[in-house]
Design a protein around this ligand. Structure first.
Ligand code: MN
Length: 159
């Protein structure tokens, strides 16, 4: 069993996983620098705080994303799904072809594999969520076209 765990640890380490498979690891806040969301993948100002990289045990990339008012992802999908846990502010999420939904702190969202969607702040509030984005074949997102201002604001008339 020990050798199996050790082999798994080597594999996990190759994609940034834990140094050890049999002891607790603490990644202290701030150990991994925050990044500004790339303009190709975000509209407006978003800050990505990496929390924990994917490995063979957790199988997801974990990060905290802070969206300024008006900021959102582009349309995208996830090959193995994504879980969002809203931690602050108020935001919006929309699945293609469906009505936009409000998300608030404490809300938990599961986005199944292959579902086209976007998420972000509302036009008047910031929003922060922790995202657990699951890996498939070393990939966890397929980025698509930006969410236009018309698409972003559209649901307002329907509320
Ligand atoms: Mn997503």
């Amino acid at each position: 069993m020990k050798s199996i765990l050790a082999a798994a640890a080597v594999s996990a380490a190759s994609i940034g996983g834990p140094a050890s498979a049999d002891t607790i690891e603490i990644r202290h806040n701030g150990e991994t620098p925050a990044l500004i969301g790339a303009p190709n993948n975000f509209t407006g100002h978003a800050v990505i705080n990496p929390m924990y990289p994917p490995n063979d045990f957790t199988r997801s990339n974990v990060g905290l994303v802070d969206f300024s008012p008006g900021a959102r992802t582009t349309w995208h999908s996830h090959p193995a799904g994504q879980m969002l846990i809203v931690t602050a502010g108020m935001g919006w999420i929309q699945e293609e072809g469906k009505q936009r939904s409000v998300i608030e702190p404490g809300d938990v969202v599961w986005i199944p594999a292959g579902v086209k969607h976007w998420h972000g702040a509302t036009d008047k509030t910031s929003m922060s969520h922790i995202a657990l984005t699951y890996m498939k074949d070393e990939k966890n997102v397929d980025w698509l076209e930006p969410v236009s201002d018309e698409q972003y604001h559209y649901a307002k008339e329907m509320e």
